[in-house]
Design a protein around this ligand. Structure first.
Ligand code: MRU
Length: 348
């Protein structure tokens, strides 16, 4: 994404985030000073996308450390744990949130003094942000090898610079292939109900000059049947290492089933911070959001009064529908994750 727009950044004790609810019509930044404000921004989806909310959560804890007046290490740790709890409860599904929070709290608890905790936590949050951009660039490189000149690529939701600290995962692969001179085009699915595809993915690709055409979610199967899609690439909110299940934006499963039926490769691009090495399928909480997101479009009710709606934010794609998982460490089949320990993948 062109450099004058950023998803999130730290400026002297303030976290600035691009308010994605207003895109593509307005570019406006929220200036957040407390962990509670960051948690609200995550919950209300001013910032969204698994890696981006991980970075935001880390910065939320760093804000608490930075502004704390605690005189003792114990008092400061107590304040940090409160922020940790508030941020943990902001959204339940993307594992990057918990990964980043645990990483930053582990560091805080290992440090000896108030001063050390203050400075090191800000540094660590910035490191998490930088590492995410680096990981995405490598995902781009690894994934672009799978993309051929002329490919028509279908993507769902927004797994771009806006969903990360920069460059993107699925859109990182698309950016890298485009930068290599491959003539690709993208079909962006609108992604009901929050329209991340229509509002955000098209916005990003347009800014980068990558050809993109918008379709509604229910057009994808027909497009595939007509032979117009060569690859599907999506991001992920959580990938279960034990089983290879991919949890991603609601609608992903439908595309995966259709891709399998039509013999189209289904690729998932995600950093290793999205791989959950612990949870079983039954441990995963799929976020259910306010039914009004389905019942209303642009503030206007579209269904009769009295009608109920169901609004799960994510679905679960089983491993047999996934061709490859593209990470910064390499490209894996879903069943290969099982044999790889968290240490090997995360470099610990
Ligand atoms: O509800 P959202 O917009 O946070 O969901 C985002 C997605 O599902 C993305 O595909 C996923 O987080 C990967 S982003 C690199």
């Amino acid at each position: 994404m062109a450099s004058e727009v950023w998803t999130i950044r730290w400026v002297d004790g303030v976290v600035e985030i691009l308010d994605q609810r207003l895109l593509p019509h307005r570019v406006k930044y929220l200036r957040l000073r407390t962990a509670r404000q960051v948690a609200r921004a995550i919950r209300d989806m001013a910032i969204r996308g698994a890696p981006a909310i991980g970075v935001a959560a880390a910065m939320g804890i760093a804000l608490t450390a930075y502004h704390s007046r605690a005189k003792s290490r114990e008092k400061l740790l107590e304040q940090l744990r409160r922020s940790y709890d508030v941020l943990r409860s902001s959204r339940p599904t993307a594992v990057n949130l918990f990964w980043a929070l645990d990483r930053i709290m582990r560091l805080a608890e290992s440090l000896g003094s108030v001063e050390e905790i203050r400075s090191r936590l800000v540094e660590e949050a910035l490191r998490i942000m930088e590492e995410d951009v680096e990981a995405n660039m490598r995902i781009g490189e690894n994934g672009a090898r799978l993309i051929e000149d002329g490919d028509r690529i279908l993507t769902h939701c927004n797994a771009g610079a806006l969903a990360t600290a920069g460059y993107g995962t699925a859109l990182g692969v698309i950016r890298a292939a485009h930068a290599q001179g491959k003539k690709i085009m993208v079909y962006a699915c609108e992604t009901r109900p929050k329209l991340q595809g229509a509002r955000l993915t098209t916005w990003e690709l347009l800014r980068d000059g990558i050809p993109v055409k918008l379709i509604t979610d229910n057009m994808a199967a027909f497009l595939m049947q007509r032979g117009e899609v060569d690859k599907v690439i999506v991001g992920a909110d959580r990938i279960l290492a034990r089983t290879g299940h991919v949890i991603n934006k609601i609608g992903t499963l439908c595309h995966a089933i259709c891709a399998k039926y039509h013999g189209i490769p289904f690729l998932v691009a995600a950093p290793t911070s999205t791989i959950d090495f612990k949870s079983r399928l039954e441990d995963v909480v799929i976020e259910e959001r306010d039914p009004r997101e389905v019942l209303y479009v642009n503030g206007r009710r579209i269904a009769p009064e009295g009608i109920e709606a169901w609004n799960p934010a994510f679905d679960i794609t089983p491993p047999e529908l996934v061709t490859y998982i593209i990470t910064e460490k390499g490209v894996y089949r879903p069943d290969e994750l099982r044999g790889i320990g968290s240490g090997e993948l995360s470099g610990e």
